[in-house]
Design a binder for this molecule. Structure first.
Ligand code: DQA
Length: 144
């Protein structure tokens, strides 16, 4: 099984960015944590991050035929991007939406998620462990 983990804008700033909300772990250590977990589970993993909406659409399209699952934290594009929603629908790869913070207990605008429509599960407010829970959810889904 091959999983693509996609992180959107400002997630490269983890550790620096609002640590009271997003924690002190850096993006690089998050990638290491995800890769170690995937290795333990014998899963192929690729982590990708971009601050650009079109790049996120491109990488989702690129995943078609290559990846069996997508873990996506679209950052602020969660709340605005129909293009990312459409890309996920277009490739139709099982996808899980992840948010480090609990988006439903923050500002009103964070309660809206466009990508959610194309994801079979949302994991929010579990910190960076949410990415590992998303991998588990994709493994479980693949065996159903
Ligand atoms: C986020 C929540 C979003 O509202 C925010 O714009 C982010 C990060 C999270 O992981 O909690 O960039 O997706």
């Amino acid at each position: 099984m091959n999983i693509l983990v996609i992180n959107g804008p400002n997630l490269n700033m983890l550790g620096i960015r609002e640590p009271d909300i997003y924690g002190k772990e850096t993006y690089n250590s998050l990638v290491e944590k995800i890769e170690n977990y995937a290795n333990e589970k014998n899963i192929g993993i690729k982590c990708y991050q971009s601050n650009h909406e079109g790049d996120l659409v491109d990488v989702i399209q690129f995943a078609y035929g290559l990846y069996d699952g997508i873990v996506i934290n679209p950052g602020a594009y969660t709340h605005t991007s129909i293009a990312i929603l459409d890309a996920l629908k277009a490739v139709s790869i099982p996808a899980v939406e992840v948010h480090i913070s609990d988006v439903d207990s923050r500002e009103e605008f964070r309660k809206i998620s466009y990508v959610r429509q194309a994801c079979f599960e949302t994991i929010s407010g579990k910190g960076t462990d949410g990415y590992l829970l998303a991998i588990d959810a994709l493994i479980k889904k693949a065996t159903e």
